[in-house]
Write a protein that binds this ligand. Structure first.
Ligand code: SF4
Ligand code: SF4
Length: 210
């Protein structure tokens, strides 16, 4: 499979057929997505988390958008208007589709070939990724910070036994990471970084790591 850079041209187009919004339940959200989508939907973070997300049981501290029905359609797909209901603030995974990052830091991708469109026109990867509200370029850095944090946290939390106390503590980490935001403030990325630091500190304390 060819590696694509931001300057590469590839067959990338969308006719809003909904095929990439079914058989889901795997669309991961970072805390910034939770804040932005809650704001966009004009609901509280708590309500958004309860109604629209599930915890990923096999990957601690990660959450995904719920999928509904036999076809496991993403809960945020708007069936009436046949489109994503949160297009302007959609998660990175959806912004990239059908591209998959090969190396996010260096902006290397490959085309998963999962888009069902046969006659897609050719455009640059940069235009594909940044056409929608520049979500990719504005959020790439914080996404990378999240990935680094979550990989570290999961490796550390895997070392502890799953007893009642530890599970309670992990639930508290979810709250810090995903709920502890003031949506009226504009420094959401800073709030997210502070929350990651808080949880990192607490995990280190739990494990007695320096
Ligand atoms: S499968 Fe392709 S054409 Fe269909 S909605 Fe997804 S990106 Fe668009
Ligand atoms: S967030 Fe939008 S684009 Fe992504 S799977 Fe859900 S409905 Fe589809």
């Amino acid at each position: 499979m060819d590696v694509l850079t931001l300057k590469s041209k590839d067959k990338l187009d969308c006719k809003m057929c909904d095929k990439c919004c079914i058989y889901r339940g795997d669309i991961r959200l970072i805390p910034l997505n939770v804040c932005k989508i809650s704001k966009f939907l004009k609901i509280s973070i708590k309500e958004f988390l309860e109604k629209y997300t599930d915890k990923l049981e096999y990957n601690k501290l990660e959450i995904v958008l719920k999928a509904t029905g036999k076809q496991k359609q993403c809960i945020l797909y708007d069936n009436e208007n046949k489109r994503c209901s949160i297009h302007k603030v959609k998660p990175m995974q959806c912004v990239m589709f059908p591209l998959v990052p090969e190396n996010l830091k260096r902006d290397y991708f490959y085309n998963s070939g999962q888009c069902v469109l046969d006659n897609a026109k050719e455009i640059t990867v940069n235009k594909w990724l940044n056409g929608n509200n520049k979500i990719y370029s504005r959020n790439k850095k914080i996404c990378m910070e999240w990935i680094q944090f979550i990989e570290w946290a999961q490796a550390e939390l895997d070392k502890i036994p799953s007893n009642k106390n530890n599970l309670k503590k992990i639930d508290e980490f979810y709250v810090i990471l995903f709920e502890n935001y003031d949506l009226k403030r504009f420094d959401l990325k800073m709030q997210m970084r502070n929350n990651m630091r808080k949880v990192e500190k607490q995990i280190k304390l739990m494990l007695n790591v320096k």
